[in-house]
Every structure is written in C-alpha cells, then in structure tokens.
Write a protein that binds this ligand. Structure first.
Ligand code: HBI
Ligand code: FE
Length: 305
C-alpha cells in the first residue's frame, strides 16, 4: 500500500477525487461543521467545554485507566503516561507540543467524522484529526461516532511512538493511493483490524494497540479474555477479505507479533493485492478461513492483568 510509485495522482487530481468521491456534505453528523476550513479543521474552543463535560472526561479516563494495565501494549501505556490527560478534556495544542518533539506529529481539531480522503491527507502530513466534542453521559459505555475521548485516549498515545508514528503516515499515503485504485473498501478493513482493533502477542501475553478497544469500556475484556471471538494470526490477504462490525464487538481479531512485522507486511505495493482480493469472495465477520492460525488458549491470556 505504501509504495507510491505506481498510480500516483497529482494534487489537483486528488482534490477532484476528494470532491467527487466523498466530500459530499454528510447529513446527520452531530458536530458543528459551519466553522470548518477546507480541510475540515476547526479551532478547539477550550473555553466552551463545561465543568460537567470535564467531569465526564475524568470519569471516562478513570474507568479506562483501571482497565488498560495488563491489556494495553507497553508503547501505548508509555504514551498515555506522557500525555498526562486525566484532569479534564485535554488541550490539543499542549499535546501537539509533546508530539512535535517526540515524532513530529501534531493534532488538529475536527468537528467529527470527515471525508476519507481528507482524513488520509491529514495522516499523510502527520496531522491527526481529533474530534472536538465529548459524548453525553448517556453514552458513557457506548458511542457510535468517534468523540474526543475515543480519538484522544485511543489514538494519541501511540503517536508518541516513533515506529507507530511512521506507520500512521504511511497509512495516510496508502489511503490516497487506494482511492485512485478504487480500493478504499479494502484499506478501510486494514485500518479497522489494526489501528482500531488490533491485537499483539508480547512476552507478557496478548495485548492490544487498537484505539477502538482501548477507548471502550467493554471491548478490552471481550477482545482479550472472552472465549467467543476468533483471534487469527495476522495475514494481509485474509484480513483484507474480512468484513467488520461497526455497531457491536468484533467477531474476529487479527494478531500481529510487533509493529515492525505490521510495517513490513504492509510495505509492498498493494496494487496486485487489491486486484486479487477483488476477485475473491469476502469472509463474514465470524467465518473461518482456510489457513487461519488461531491463537491457543494459553497464548490468549498468558498473564493475568
Ligand atoms: N474522520 N474524524 C475522523 N476520524 C476517523 O477515524 C475517520 C474519519 N474519516 C474517515 C475514516 N476515519 C475512515 O476512512 C478510515 O477508514 C480511515
Ligand atoms: Fe478511531
């Protein structure tokens, strides 16, 4: 995906694609898009967060902090400590200063979901879009759209890790290319099953680096302790052929051995891979595939939290 040599479009072409493919106005999104610039960036108006919202952030943070030790990978936990964001909804400018020093990333505030291509353009420039609003108390356990808690707590800690930071930039560039190859559907699966819901084997046992898991009150335990889901050793083509659930816990998780492995396995040009998988049927979310290497019960939770 990340080798950009073939099928590289000029900036104008990307702009056009952006407008045609997915920059149509998105109805039913709850953020305020009226102040957004052409890249969907807004100012984070910190003064407008209420005391109740800061208190809700602290409750979300405390719940999750109790949950993640023993489940999150070490690089994530190290980043979380450095961000020190437990006091209330964090300021993106302060976090950006830490990121700039560590990995040359920065955060930009966005009103919520943004078009795929705009999202990839930001990543390709080492800018991570973070939603500026917080869920309501009724959504404490479950929220459909990404909010500031998911985006910040789930995604930002690993952006302090140099290896992962490079993967995210490469993913953005791969997204721009996948759009031209009409293969965004497949690349979105890669994002889903790695950046959002990825698991990793470590010397301490199974851990997660996935933001969707790390910011969820229930999926941390479901993904790593429940006997229910399939945990399959990472295999690129198997993953690209697998559908995913957007409104409930995953039925299948893919397990990498290290970020280095993930980067190596996703470095080659995806053009022939997209061509091949587009001729093959997709797997249902809970379907077994020939060649699946499943994680043994022993590997699943080698160490209790
Ligand atoms: N917008 N704000 C925001 N956050 C996302 O995670 C996001 C997005 N737009 C598109 C998108 N994700 C998907 O295309 C991913 O597959 C990349
Ligand atoms: Fe996310």
């Amino acid at each position: 995906m990340f080798d950009l040599t073939p099928a590289r479009a000029g900036v104008t072409e990307i702009r056009m694609l952006n407008t045609i493919v997915s920059n149509a106005p998105k109805p039913n999104l709850r953020g305020d898009y009226s102040h957004a610039d052409a890249h969907y960036v807004v100012e984070q108006r910190c003064g407008e967060y209420t005391a109740d919202e800061h208190a809700l952030w602290r409750r979300l943070y405390e719940r999750q902090m109790k949950l993640v030790p023993g489940y999150a990978c070490d690089d994530y936990l190290a980043g979380l400590v450095k961000l020190d964001a437990g006091d209330g909804i964090p300021r993106f400018d302060a976090a950006s200063r830490k990121l700039a020093r560590a990995t040359r990333w920065e955060l930009v505030a966005v009103p919520g979901l943004i078009p795929d291509l705009t999202f990839f353009e930001h990543l390709a420039k080492r800018r991570f879009p973070v939603t500026d609003w917080l869920r309501t108390p009724a959504e404490f356990d479950y929220i459909v759209e990404p909010d500031v808690f998911h985006d910040f707590f789930g995604h930002v800690p690993l952006l302090l890790d140099p290896v992962y930071a490079d993967y995210m930039e490469a993913y953005g560039k791969g997204g721009l290319k996948a759009a031209q190859l009409d293969s965004l559907k497949y690349l979105a699966r890669l994002y889903w099953y790695t950046v959002e819901f990825g698991l990793m084997t470590t010397p301490q046992g199974l851990r997660t680096y996935g933001a969707g898991i790390l910011s969820s009150g229930g999926e941390v335990v479901h993904s790593m302790d429940s006997p229910q889901p399939r945990r399959v050793k990472f295999d690129l083509e198997r993953l690209l052929r697998t559908e995913y659930n957007i409104d409930r816990y995953q039925d299948t998780y893919f397990v990498i051995e290290s970020f280095a492995q993930l980067i190596a396995d996703t470095a080659p040009d995806f053009t022939p891979v997209y061509e091949r998988v587009s001729t093959l049927p997709s797997y249902a979310t809970d379907q077994a595939a020939p060649g699946d290497v499943l994680l043994s019960a022993a590997t699943v939770r080698a160490t209790a939290p």
